[in-house]
Write a protein that binds this ligand. Structure first.
Ligand SMILES: [Zn+2]
Length: 372
């Protein structure tokens, strides 16, 4: 058995990549000025098209102009192989998310050329990237896609308790923030992300996905499901085991690790939807979709003037800080590769171990009223 073939077209050669990028209806001048991430994506696509699979997952439309949505896959084609995924740029204003994923991809692309450790790892696991989920959003400096839809509110999922008025998602108007889109209608970008994850990860026994965002809080946070509910999610014991392995390995890490709903609950979270769909397959796997929420308030605190620019509240503006943020998540990426290659060492094997992790996780993160 092999992975499902193309959802849309595969890019086979450097010429395919060049043709694809030429088809984008924006001049290179403008792209360089307004969307340097796109130029970097083109460069990486050329470098990586031979060593992996690059694929057009769909198209994002703005005033009838279209931009391709591009995903990458490296390593094992065994559907059951553990899968690590990196995602960025779901919210266009949070362009630092795409920049971090592109920066990690760029190191990855160099390591692929000479690092036997990584080459061996890729015989056992698969690594996928979807670095720019909402290209027009980044180009036009909007959180939503060109149709005004907040992609992280667009999935067919309802918050089960405590939705915050407006912020959790609204259906009043695309002119207001957090618009969910029309009921029952997935946006092209959401559909591309869902199709990609289903094709690459749904056969997989162990999945960790990191989706990079910014704009909330004073520290870097790792949020785990659910967004829709303050109740524990079914893979809580496995997530706690992963967190324990991470903290033992990197005791001085700087992430605050919490359930997303501890901050706020939302409707329409794409990762909640994918988590539930993965589990509806009734096979015992581990699916951990994590949001890395970069704490932009600490950048603003150090440079308050940036509050007055459109991108300022969401992105590091001062050059040295920007550089630091781009390399800040290297350790996390490296750890996750190792964790997936050796997942048999931390995923609880026996019910007793699961229960122990569950008890510790409930104590750490959940109020008595939310515990099962
Ligand atoms: Zn975001």
């Amino acid at each position: 058995m092999s992975l499902p073939t193309a959802i849309h077209s595969y890019l086979q050669s450097e010429d395919d990549v060049l043709d694809l990028f030429k088809s984008v209806p924006v001049s290179s001048d403008k792209l360089e000025r307004k969307f340097p991430e796109w130029i970097q994506l083109r460069k990486l696509s050329i470098e990586l098209v031979r060593s992996g699979h690059a694929q057009v997952l769909g198209r994002s439309l703005r005033h009838e102009k279209s931009m391709p949505l591009i995903g990458f896959r490296f390593g094992s084609t065994d559907p059951a192989a553990p899968t690590l995924g990196l995602f960025g740029g779901v919210h266009g204003l949070e362009r630092i998310g795409s920049q971090v994923v592109l920066s990690l991809m760029s190191s990855f692309s160099e390591l692929l050329l000479w690092d036997h450790l990584l080459q061996d790892a890729l015989k056992k696991i698969r690594i996928v990237f979807f670095p720019i989920v909402n290209p027009w959003g980044i180009y036009a400096k909007t959180r939503a896609n060109p149709r005004g839809v907040d992609l992280m509110r667009n999935a067919p999922v309802e918050a089960l308790e405590n939705p915050t008025w407006m912020v959790s998602g609204q259906r009043f108007s695309p002119r207001l923030p957090w618009y969910r889109g029309q009921e029952g209608q997935l946006e092209a970008e959401s559909q591309a992300l869902i199709d990609f994850v289903k094709a690459q990860s749904f056969g997989s026994s162990r999945v960790v996905h990191l989706d990079f965002h910014s704009g909330f809080g004073t520290s870097d946070q790792i949020w785990f499901p659910y967004a829709k509910s303050t109740k524990p999610f079914p893979n809580l014991p496995e997530f706690h085991a992963l967190k324990e392995a991470f903290e033992r390995t990197h005791p001085h890490h700087f992430y605050k690790i919490e359930p997303q709903a501890k901050n706020y609950t939302t409707h329409g979270d794409l990762w909640d939807h994918l988590f539930d769909e993965y589990n509806a397959q009734k096979r015992r796997g581990v699916f951990l979709p994590l949001a890395v929420e970069m704490g932009s308030w600490m950048w603003v605190k150090k440079n308050p003037m940036q509050l007055f620019s459109t991108l300022g509240p969401y992105n590091p503006i001062v050059p040295h800080r920007h550089k630091r943020i781009l390399r800040r998540h290297n350790t996390l990426f490296d750890f996750m590769i190792r964790a997936l290659v050796s997942s048999d060492m931390w995923v609880p094997k026996f019910e007793e171990q699961r229960q122990k992790h569950l008890t510790q996780a409930l104590e750490l993160w959940y109020d008595k009223k939310d515990q099962p």
